[in-house]
Design a protein around this ligand. Structure first.
Ligand SMILES: [Zn+2]
Length: 123
């Protein structure tokens, strides 16, 4: 996926980069269907988990606050509305499932953008 860093104030910007989201980085435990967690084209908030000597970068969305922040319908490609644990197509009403940043819990005054986090486009 391609990644764009989220910067805090006074942080030096750096260019977008490519990273890998391993299945083990989606959620703790067993992932039955990857398509119920992320789909091609979704926009995720992810965290860098590993950079190796060859500069290969892994990200994960396991923690609270990370996951799909924008989803598109796999049937009609319309923007989906995030509702509790599900996402709902605004055009054809299809319901899909995603790994969402907060599940059914609401964020509690968490600030946006911490070091090493960024928006990524899954593909
Ligand atoms: Zn749709």
């Amino acid at each position: 996926m391609s990644c764009i860093p989220i910067l805090k104030e006074n942080e030096r910007s750096f260019p977008s980069f490519e990273a890998v989201l391993p299945v083990s980085g989606i959620r703790p435990g067993y992932v039955e269907q990857i398509r119920d967690e992320v789909r091609v084209g979704d926009i995720l908030k992810a965290k860098v988990s590993k950079i190796d000597k060859q500069q290969n970068i892994d990200v994960n969305i396991m923690e609270q606050g990370y996951g799909v922040i924008k989803a598109f319908c796999s049937r009609c490609r319309s923007n989906m509305i995030i509702n509790d644990n599900k996402v709902n197509c605004s055009r054809c009403n299809r319901i899909e499932s995603r790994k969402l940043p907060y599940g059914q819990q609401r964020p509690r005054g968490q600030s946006e953008g911490s070091y090493g986090s960024k928006y990524s486009k899954f593909r």
